[in-house]
Ligand binder design. Structure first.
Ligand code: ADP
Ligand code: MG
Length: 587
């Protein structure tokens, strides 16, 4: 019989470190958050060997009392919350009380701190989680954390460290995010003795200029809108300054950088009509919302949030951006560089807002034929769009009659009228195909006749290098050509007609942010849904009757085809009885 016993504290912390401290950059993120929470005005970061050898963060914040120094390194010890109520409206960046304990468990850590009223500083050291006695030290008010030889005692983890350049790229990104989030603070970043970034407290636009470059900052549009207590503000590049890579997209919720599908979707949708599908908006946006209306305790790394009212947040962001972009269409608004801080709603915004939508940019021919192929390619060996076996019964979803408004397929079945949202239905079919393939073993691959080359961020290029196996499981074959260029040679077979560049980009973005293991586990369904969306037929594509029938048959064959991946229904039935009632027949 096995014996159940509690895990030793050190092992518990090492397990937690696996989640919180995935790589040097994640440790850096936690240390920066602590400095910001401590009310620091200036934060200095020094790295050696991409942060793996040394990661040092010095701040001038409130410091830690001598008596609490060892407690700071204990698991589940925090000064930031005390009750569930606190947790539900937490305003600090940290609150879980596990970062320092986790980092200390897998490194040589030294924590030196001095409060304003202390006569000198105190230091505590931890080696693989074992604490040495607290010693007096010389240091100014504030805190200094030095982390050396990350994962020295956990070789399995150490194996996952990538090249110095890759780890540095991740650290650099973490610092950029922190610097963009708080323009009122000073930051410096040094690597192997070289200064990579130095910014003083400044205005928000100046900070964007310092971090993302002057060229972009010169044309940014300024946004600031509040609705129902939620404020969205920041900077957006006009469509003319869109980017080839999805590298300059920053969203902060209550000062915390997040990668959120809902927010990204709202932005993408606002840009949809004004941007070619292979161009990407650049933005630095801030959402300020009552902390009680957003849950930040979704994952140990705190980079995901859940809104209590996602719909309202989506609408706010979408409409604010739509109005702003409407101004650019009318040739109206000045850039943020000249009107920073003023009301930037364009003069024509009210008109454009209530006016009809612009037509989306035309689809490439390839895409227009794509839909037909995705359905018929697999059916050739399978079944024809019309039921072959001679049965008395008509198929459940009936036969297509017509297409309505470029969006809906109308069909007739035994009960009456069937209305299908063709994009949603197609997306669900693609999603189930991918899911079945991945559950089987791996998604089959289709070599591209013409490989796609694309510009990506340094992080995404590094991800291609380190995630080859995961990409292969998902059906991709990619390689990096330069630090910011990659080539896509093969894509998942079910998605062979999707745009390979934007498909690859979405997958890389997800991998870079969440890591291969999470993408294949807890985030898998979301990832597959994103991929499926790329391949699904777009609105305004007119379908032939044969194509519509093929869609209906495929829906019948697909599990859960009644719902699209976003939980919206894919089809609905209007019975003859209901139609009769509408027309007061037989009453
Ligand atoms: P959390 O940030 O979730 O509270 P951490 O393990 O990151 O947990 O930190 C534990 C505690 O140590 C914090 O609650 C804070 O009181 C203290 N602390 C950590 N870093 C600093 C710092 N740079 N300045 C002041 N206090 C700090
Ligand atoms: Mg913390």
């Amino acid at each position: 019989m096995s014996t159940i016993r509690p895990l030793p504290d050190l092992l518990v912390n090492q397990i937690a470190a696996g989640e919180v401290v995935e790589r040097p950059a994640s440790a850096l993120k936690e240390l920066l958050e602590n400095s910001v929470d401590a009310g620091a005005h200036a934060i200095a970061v020094e790295l050696a060997s991409g942060g793996a050898k040394l990661l040092k963060v010095t701040d001038d914040g409130c410091g830690i009392d001598r008596d609490e120094l060892t407690l700071a390194l204990a698991r589940h010890a925090t000064s930031k919350i005390a009750t569930l109520e606190d947790l539900e409206r937490v305003a600090s960046l940290g609150f879980r009380g596990e970062a320092l304990a986790s980092i200390a468990a897998v490194s040589h850590l030294s924590l030196t701190s001095r409060t304003a009223d202390a006569r000198h500083a105190w230091r505590v050291e931890a080696h693989g989680g074992t604490l040495a006695p607290v010693q007096p030290a010389a240091a100014p008010t504030g805190t200094n954390v030095e982390v050396r030889d990350l994962y020295f005692n956990t070789p399995a983890r150490r194996k996952f460290l990538r090249t110095e350049a890759t780890e540095l790229a991740h650290c650099d990104e973490v610092l950029r995010r922190a610097a963009l989030a708080r323009p009122d603070l000073a930051f410096t970043l040094q690597h192997n003795g070289r200064t990579l970034l130095r910014v003083r407290p400044e205005g928000a636009l100046d900070r964007v200029r310092a971090v993302l470059g002057g060229e972009l900052a010169a044309v940014l549009l300024h946004l600031d809108e509040t609705s129902a207590g939620v404020r969205v503000s920041g900077f957006v590049a006009p469509p003319t300054a869109s980017r080839a890579a999805r590298d300059y997209q920053y969203f902060f919720v209550n000062g915390r950088h997040v990668r959120d599908r809902l927010l990204a979707h709202a932005v993408r949708q606002a840009f949809q009509d004004v941007l070619h599908h292979d161009r990407h908006p650049a933005y630095v946006l801030f959402l300020d919302i009552d902390p009680a209306r957003v849950d930040v305790n979704v994952h140990p790394t705190k980079s995901e949030v859940r809104f209590r009212d996602p719909q309202a947040v989506h609408q706010l962001v979408f409409h604010a951006l739509t109005r702003l972009l409407a101004g650019t269409r009318a040739g109206g608004v000045a850039s943020a560089a000249t009107v920073s801080g003023s009301d930037s709603r364009g003069p024509a915004s009210a008109f454009a807002w209530s006016g009809p939508h612009q037509q989306p940019i035309g689809l490439p021919v390839r895409e227009a034929t794509a839909f037909y192929e995705t359905l018929f390619a697999s059916r050739a060996s399978n079944a024809a769009p019309f039921p072959q076996e001679r049965s008395e019964q008509a198929p459940p979803l009936g036969f297509a009659l017509a297409q309505l408004a470029g969006v809906y397929v109308l069909a007739q079945n035994e009960q009456g009228l069937v209305i299908v949202d063709m994009h949603a239905a197609h997306e669900r079919i693609m999603y189930e195909k991918l899911k079945n393939a991945l559950e089987g073993s791996r998604v089959p691959t289709q070599q591209l006749l013409i490989p796609a080359t694309l510009q990506v961020s340094a992080l995404e290029a590094a991800t291609v290098e380190e995630s080859g196996e995961t990409l292969a499981l998902l059906g991709f074959e990619m390689a990096s050509l330069s630090p910011t260029t990659i080539i896509v040679r093969a894509v998942p077979a079910p998605l062979q007609n999707a745009d390979p560049a934007s498909l690859a980009r979405d997958v890389l973005g997800e991998l870079a942010e969440f890591g291969a293991s999470r993408v294949l586990t807890e985030r898998r369904d979301e990832m597959l849904a994103t991929m499926a969306c790329h391949a699904a037929v777009r609105a305004n594509r007119s379908l032939t009757t044969a194509e519509m029938n093929a869609l209906l048959r495929e829906m019948e064959a697909t599990e859960r085809s009644g719902q699209c991946n976003h939980g919206r229904p894919t089809w609905t039935q209007v019975s003859l009885a209901e139609l009769d009632r509408m027309f007061l027949r037989g009453q």
